[in-house]
Design a protein around this ligand. Structure first.
Ligand code: NAD
Length: 244
């Protein structure tokens, strides 16, 4: 049975992704730092191994990776989905806020991918990193979040370049807005209305629509796809309309 590690799996896009992998016969290591939410999310799911881990903490990531290596037949895929949002302009983003965003959104992707590198290479596995449309285009409100996600795109291409010789594929999914807890904490009514106008499909996406692209990229159907930055955004990125 194939094993995938999904970070930020306790809710939102990570939980939807977990369920799609289970439906497709994978075993899922659900990683999240929110222990009560993780326990609740894993209840009733067959084929999951919930592991409490803050992906921004090197020691916790090393422990998680050692556990995965000891308990999995193979490490076939890693989905770096854990993320935090913080919308603010340069003037209001102090260094502590900046670091909090970078620690999870960027450091976390580096740490998990490095810690699981050996297993992924042995299995000729796949990495999918979740960035954002906020990392594709600059805006006035997202200095830390947008910069962290732009860096995740580049890190993905570094991974594809470096790990391709071992058969490891690395791709990056950039979701448009999805009405999760993360998004609803930072999307004002004005932002919600502006997104509806700026997106050709005139709506937010769903967790499942993002999960479908993630599971596809981890599957054999995507065996010649690597180093790609893929927007799943209702067409937003195809227009010139600015990020609200
Ligand atoms: P969410 O808040 O619903 O879920 C995020 C999960 O990540 C939570 O369970 C949280 O506990 C976990 N998490 C956060 N920091 C962590 C850490 N340091 N270690 C371990 N777990 C941690 O958010 P979501 O909307 O499902 O977001 C998932 C990903 O999609 C994020 O990377 C986010 O930036 C990205 N994204 C979301 C949207 C959107 O509109 N929802 C748009 C673009 C990109």
């Amino acid at each position: 049975m194939k094993t995938v590690i999904v970070t930020g799996a306790a809710r939102g896009i990570g939980l939807a992704t977990t369920k799609q992998f289970l439906d497709q016969g994978w075993r899922v290591v659900m990683v999240d730092r929110d222990e009560p939410a993780l326990e609740q999310a894993a209840l009733g799911l067959v084929g999951v191994d919930p592991v409490v881990c803050d992906v921004s903490q090197p020691d916790q990531v090393a422990q998680m990776a050692a556990h995965v290596m000891a308990t999995s037949e193979s490490v076939d895929a890693l989905v770096n989905n854990a993320g935090v949002a913080d919308f603010g302009p340069i003037a209001e983003t102090d260094f502590a806020r900046w670091r909090t965003v970078m620690e999870t959104n960027l450091d976390g992707v580096f740490l998990t991918s490095q810690a699981l590198r050996e297993g992924l290479c042995a299995a000729r596995g796949a990495i999918v990193n979740i960035a954002s449309i906020s990392g594709l285009r600059a805006s006035t409100l997202r200095v830390a979040y947008g910069t962290s996600k732009a860096a995740v795109k580049h890190l993905t291409q570094q991974q594809a370049a470096e790990l391709g010789e071992f058969g490891v594929r690395a791709n990056c999914v950039c979701p448009g807005p999805v009405a999760t807890k993360l998004a609803m904490a930072v999307h004002s009514p004005a932002i919600i209305a502006a997104y509806h106008d700026a997106i050709p499909l005139n709506r937010y996406g769903t967790e499942d629509e993002i999960a479908s692209m993630i599971t596809f990229l981890c599957s054999e159907k995507a065996s010649y796809v690597t180093g790609q930055i893929i927007a799943v955004d209702g067409g937003f990125e195809s227009t010139g309309i600015g990020l609200p």
